[in-house]
Design a protein around this ligand. Structure first.
Ligand code: PRP
Ligand code: HPA
Length: 170
């Protein structure tokens, strides 16, 4: 099975000129979803992880599937205004301007090892912001996993201080 055959390509989404790589067909195909989890489990040693972190929104199912595989829990890193209780915030660059992501202040115990999960690495701004949030609340980032990397956007540079893996590169 080749994930590239299953990932959908949607032209002109979210705006004209962008070819959107959509993992929805991977999530709804049990064999493809198992393949993703099996392949990512090859690069994450159990000793490297106490908890998985999912980046909103398509990082959530990936983090949850891996958490179940490793018998661990998962935490959510969300866009501003979505998480209840005390939160920490980090702003990061998006295509036009900046955005803010948050984590719950009590999400982690000091020194917990975290693997951060998302569907796709583009510029890396989102991933780097997620790492900052994990560190702000006392976590230690062991690495990142993605299903897709858009290599032209050089996101690996933004997270060069961390280990990362992506299953499919365009
Ligand atoms: C997309 C994608 C990553 C991020 C990658 O999410 O799912 O989280 O962009 O971009 P970057 O590497 O350039 O930072 P999006 O912001 O569209 O949010 P969504 O998943 O909530 O739709
Ligand atoms: N798919 C999902 N998220 C994205 C993409 C994409 O093609 N490009 C930037 N973020």
């Amino acid at each position: 099975m080749n994930l590239k055959d299953i990932i959908a390509e949607i032209p002109d989404f979210p705006k004209k000129g962008i070819l959107f790589r959509d993992i929805s067909p991977v999530l709804r195909d049990p064999a493809a979803l198992s393949l993703v989890v099996d392949e990512l489990a090859k690069v994450i040693h159990p000793s490297e992880v106490d908890v998985f972190a999912g980046i909103e929104s398509r990082g959530f199912p990936l983090a949850c599937a891996l958490a179940l595989r490793y018998n661990k829990g998962m935490i959510m890193i969300r866009k501003q205004g979505k998480l209840p209780g005390v939160t920490h915030k980090v702003s990061y660059n998006i295509e036009y301007g900046t955005a803010v992501m948050e984590i719950q202040a009590n999400a982690l115990k000091k020194g917990q090892k975290v693997y951060i999960c998302d569907d796709l690495l583009a510029t890396g701004g989102t991933a780097k912001a997620a790492a900052k949030l994990v560190e702000k609340v006392g976590g230690q980032v062991s690495g990142f996993v993605f299903i897709i990397e858009l290599t032209d956007l050089k996101g690996s540079k933004a997270i060069k201080d961390y280990k990362y893996n992506a299953l499919v590169k365009y």
